[in-house]
Design a protein. Structure first.
Length: 132
């Protein structure tokens, strides 16, 4: 075994393992810990996937798992971003009402309205749109 290989330690693995997909079907998977260590080794070294040391498994397995997990994470982050956007949108009627309500109000009242909107999940960009 080579001396300069990267291996995830137990603490790192304990943090990663619960986040891995568990609904796998088909052929028995290669050891996830070994594959992730191989992915990290290739990314840190900047080398080609085909140059991945054999101790991590076949280079195609390392590459395919990287691509598959990357796609999975990308889809999950797109869904989260869409949910955040939907939660932070304010209708035009609410905007008009807030602008009317806020005209001539003191800074203290504006701060209270900001806090109330934040507690409802509105983003700081929403405050800028309505002049808070």
């Amino acid at each position: 075994m080579r001396r300069n290989l990267f291996w995830l330690n137990d603490e790192q693995w304990e943090r990663i393992e619960p986040r891995l997909p568990t609904d796998v079907r088909g052929v028995e998977r290669a050891d996830d810990r070994r594959v992730i260590s191989g992915i990290i080794r290739v990314l840190k070294s900047g080398r080609r996937w085909c140059d991945c040391p054999p101790e991590y498994g076949p280079p195609t397995t390392i590459y395919n798992r990287f691509v598959r997990w990357g796609r999975f994470c990308h889809e999950r982050s797109k869904k989260r971003a869409a949910a955040d956007l939907a939660a932070s949108q304010i209708s035009d009627e609410k905007l008009a009402w807030l602008k009317t309500t806020l005209s001539g109000k003191t800074e203290q009242v504006r701060q209270e309205i900001r806090l109330a909107l934040q507690s409802q999940g509105f983003s700081k960009n929403s405050f800028n749109r309505i002049g808070l």
